[in-house]
Design a protein around this ligand. Structure first.
Ligand SMILES: Cc1cc2nc3c(=O)[nH]c(=O)nc-3n(C[C@H](O)[C@H](O)[C@H](O)COP(=O)(O)OP(=O)(O)OC[C@H]3O[C@@H](n4cnc5c(N)ncnc54)[C@H](O)[C@@H]3O)c2cc1C
Length: 427
């Protein structure tokens, strides 16, 4: 811009919002720098399948440099963003300070532990590829240890798995875990009495998949129960220790495994930013996706907080919102540069879906709902299409067919072994 240079757009986060923003800006008269702490993009919707030993981790991640090969004006920096000086227009990273003319914040979300005692310390989050590998290793190592455990009470505690949160992640993971135990591990550990294995799904409200219509919610609860998942409603977790989950109503579950899928909040580095934020650390944005005080800073995806005026609720933290907002932030930057009026965000809701197990899924597309085999096939197709990379799609498809016809999981391994300790410390 100044000195005849092209404007520089910095995008923080190569998740769905960031990648879509970069794609829209490709070939525009700007230089784009995409920054992420990892050198890969993660398809979060299939993390639970890595944790349930269904897919290999590398099948759901994709190198960012490979994505931007086709985008001539986009470069990449692998670095942790630590802060932003909004006045001086500088992004402070773990490697260097970077000047920008326009900034798109698309750094997503972190697990929300709601300050409940013991949750951060003792539960397993499911938000990154490392966490999904860690959880898989932990689950398989539990079975290896249970074989050698002769104390019935200790064995029962080991084989109790608690999943907290009845949203899509909690539902999908509890179904997948139940199938892992009763279809595959049953064959690998014939010396274990699998009736001792208990999978609990705890939901603080009175419903699963709260954004879904009633018939889908009922279908989900009914089929999870048929698969052996103990679904508890109005089960509010009060405290977690190394071996116990305490509920507000006095209930107690002894377990070594609590998977925390109860919510997300704005990514932690946003706490430091001098931008208007919500109590759960998301950045308030205008309908144009600009931040409240800085017209050259845009926010997209999970990190952006914007009320959907039609329903009076914030836009949900889901993939379609993230990629549509990423695209709009990029388009609005180009409009701003061209002196054109900016557009407001309008969400094109393509529907939502969740899978429960083999042949079992629920889907809501427009006003129609689907359950069972058709919804399950739809879920498979949509997730294959959304997965980044042709090779990943082919391998995931083969894995799914293999699991479907041969009832074998891809990877019930404790690998790499250093992430399989009998400990709940972070990796
Ligand atoms: C387990 C799970 C399952 C899900 N399933 C579904 C589903 O089935 N359907 C659906 O619609 N939605 C689903 N979602 C939600 C959906 O994935 C998110 O809404 C979407 O990914 C948000 O996109 P985003 O670009 O805002 O953030 P993300 O996709 O999370 O990307 C954020 C990026 O920012 C990077 N980053 C973060 N902090 C920094 C930093 N300080 N420095 C540098 N880089 C940083 C991260 O490494 C990451 O690459 C799921 C989410 C999870 C966790």
């Amino acid at each position: 811009m100044e000195n005849g240079k092209r404007p520089k757009v910095v995008i923080v986060g190569a998740g769905l919002g960031g990648i879509w923003a970069a794609k829209v800006l490709a070939n525009a008269q700007v230089d784009v720098l995409l920054i992420d702490r990892n050198n890969y993009h993660t398809f979060l919707a299939l993390l639970y399948q890595v944790a349930a030993a269904e897919l290999q981790p590398e099948n759901i991640i994709y190198p960012i440099r490979k994505i931007i090969r086709e985008l001539p004006n986009v470069s990449f920096l692998m670095a942790e963003v630590e802060n932003i000086d909004c006045e001086k227009k500088l992004v402070k990273t773990s490697r260097e300070e970077i000047a920008y003319d326009y900034l798109i914040l698309a750094a997503g979300s972190d697990t929300n532990y709601f300050n409940i005692p013991g949750v951060e310390e003792f539960s397993f989050p499911l938000k990154t590829i490392d966490e999904s590998i860690f959880l898989r290793n932990h689950i398989i190592s539990i079975f290896e240890r249970a074989v050698e455990e002769h104390d019935e009470i200790k064995r029962k505690k080991m084989l109790s798995f608690v999943i907290v949160g009845g949203g899509a992640t909690g539902v999908e993971f509890s179904g997948a875990l139940s199938e892992l135990v009763h279809r595959l591990l049953l064959k690998d550990y014939p010396m274990l009495d699998m009736s001792l294995v208990k999978v609990y799904l705890l939901e603080a409200s009175d419903r699963l998949l709260s954004a879904m219509p009633e018939n889908c919610r009922d279908y989900t609860a009914k089929h999870l129960k048929m698969m052996g998942v103990n679904v508890y409603f109005n089960a509010f977790v009060q405290r977690i220790t190394k071996d116990e989950v305490y509920l507000r109503d006095g209930g107690l579950i002894q377990t070594e495994t609590v998977v925390w899928a109860a919510g997300v909040c704005g990514v932690s580095f946003a706490k430091k930013l001098e931008l208007k934020k919500t109590p759960d650390n998301r950045i308030n944005v205008l309908p144009t996706l600009q931040t409240v005080h800085y017209e050259n800073i845009y926010t997209a995806g999970d990190l952006a907080y914007l009320i959907d005026e039609e329903v009076g609720r914030p836009f949900p933290m889901v993939a379609q919102v993230a990629l549509q907002q990423g695209a709009l932030a990029a388009k609005n930057i180009m409009r701003h540069l061209n002196g054109e009026p900016l557009e407001s965000f309008k969400y094109n809701d393509l529907g939502s879906m969740a899978t429960i197990g083999r042949h079992l899924a629920v889907a809501k597309i427009g006003k129609k709902t689907y359950t069972g085999l058709f919804a399950w096939l739809l879920w498979l197709v949509v997730h294959l299409i959304r997965l980044v990379g042709y090779r990943n799609r082919v391998i995931v498809f083969i894995n799914w067919m293999w699991n479907y016809f041969i009832y074998e999981r891809a990877i019930p391994l404790i690998y790499p072994s250093k992430t399989a300790p009998n400990s709940k410390k972070n990796i």
